[in-house]
Design a protein around this ligand. Sequence first.
Ligand code: ZN
Length: 203
Amino acid sequence: MIKVNKLEPQQYYIEHIKDKASYKEIDADVKNRIKLDMLGREQNHVCCYCEIEIKNIEDSHIDHVIPQSMLNQGVKLPSGKADPGGLDYKNFLVSCNHKDTCGCKKQNAYPEEFINPTIDDPKEYMAYNLFSGELKPIGDETKIPFEQTEKTLNLNNKRLITYRKNFIAQLYTYLSQPDAFIMFAKQYKEQPTLIQQFIEEML
Ligand SMILES: [Zn+2]
């Protein structure tokens, strides 16, 4: 899970939503443009939750971090603003479309201690086991937010753990050649937090 530093919405989006009351009124081509913007400007082309590259925007969707169903019941955004129509750009993230994890698994859930990557830095709550590929809380005090978030997004499901385990095995092959590793890490889009942790712990 990456920390996403949300930028201000672009002018075309501000113009487009001027006469809109809710998210469902946004045109499909505008939604696609927002996805491309977010992937390019804020997420380095990866799903914010599983950190796998989104190569085709058709394989992704806009996730309301605080779900629309909660917003229209009056739950406020972290900024303190109400957003009953679910239009606030800073509450948007791009998630992959895997049915068993991430935004598709999350749907309308937002437990009380959910780690919100637009305001919280996930690294302060969780880290990878660099052998098994599992995510784990970094300490007792982060256990509850970690468990609530992991359960909501299913980040320790079998597919992701196997994928990360294989990826970590690939990283270990670079241990004897740190220069090649740095080159690889600079160019590789996927798993930025895992690569970062590997650099900090192993190199
Ligand atoms: Zn994902």
